[in-house]
Design a binder for this molecule. Structure first.
Ligand SMILES: [Zn+2]
Length: 253
């Protein structure tokens, strides 16, 4: 049995039987890592409330000899990010960020820059505009994983992006002009395309400070959601949940 000790952030959790919990972390040293927290579902568990979504801490776990699921021994909280769980919009955007990271990465594929990005994203989400933080996070996530969308020229005729109607082809992560556009490509308004191109070449701080018109924000959110779904091979669950929550909020109680 070997010992694992690393910083980690809780990115998923579910019940395992009546007493235990299966918890997934994104760790600095090992990337995504799932383990069993024995007794975590009991009222007086020694883990207390430490294993909540978004919680950042120091993880100590044991790895059984057969490379089965690791056994979580300790999780000492650095920061619980509790405020993110108490605000529906922040919770939704944070959960969407975490879902994208979880589904685009494999277990035990170390990528310390992704850990840094997640921590920075959660910190920014505590005080910044949730939609802008989500967008900044997703663009950086795509960069770090080598999936940066190509926004400079048409995927067919290679014409540089300029005036006219442009669409985003989510299966290729590239833009298409009106002539080369394939069926299913997502039409982009001129303001949304200009905003996306500007955001892509901006720094993290600039992205968080860039004003985002609601219509362009919605368009870009939809575009990135489609692109992530194409990369993963299935739709993300959390963005659909956010859309439903917003629809209920608009209708009122
Ligand atoms: Zn073209």
């Amino acid at each position: 049995m070997s010992l694992i000790k690393t910083q980690g952030i809780v990115i998923g959790r579910r019940a395992l039987g009546e007493r235990d919990r299966l918890v997934t972390f994104y760790t600095r040293e090992l990337g995504k890592l799932s383990g069993v927290a024995r007794g975590a579902r009991r009222g007086r568990s020694r883990f207390g409330a430490a294993l909540e979504l978004f919680t950042w801490g120091e993880l100590v776990a044991f790895e059984p000899a057969q490379r089965d699921l690791v056994r979580i021994d300790h999780f000492d909280v650095h920061r619980p990010f509790q405020a993110l769980r108490e605000d529906l919009e922040r919770l939704g955007q944070g959960a969407a960020m975490v879902e994208a990271l979880a589904r685009l990465t494999a277990e035990r594929d170390p990528h310390p820059a992704l850990f840094g990005l997640l921590l920075r994203g959660l910190r920014a989400l505590e005080r910044g505009s949730p939609r802008r933080v989500h967008l900044a996070f997703t663009l950086r996530l795509l960069d770090l994983l080598g999936h940066r969308p190509r926004l400079d020229r048409c995927l067919g005729c290679r014409r540089p992006v300029g005036a006219g109607a442009w669409s985003f082809d989510a299966t290729q992560g590239r833009l298409a002009c009106a002539r080369c556009r394939a069926e299913g490509a997502l039409p982009l308004s001129t303001p949304a395309l200009a905003t996306l191109r500007r955001l892509q070449t901006s720094s993290w701080e600039e992205r968080l400070a860039t004003p985002l018109a609601p219509a362009a924000g919605r368009e870009l959110e939809g575009l990135l959601e489609r692109y992530l779904a194409a990369l993963i091979g299935s739709a993300l669950r959390v963005p659909r949940f956010i859309a439903q929550t917003r629809a209920v909020a608009r209708r009122g109680p």
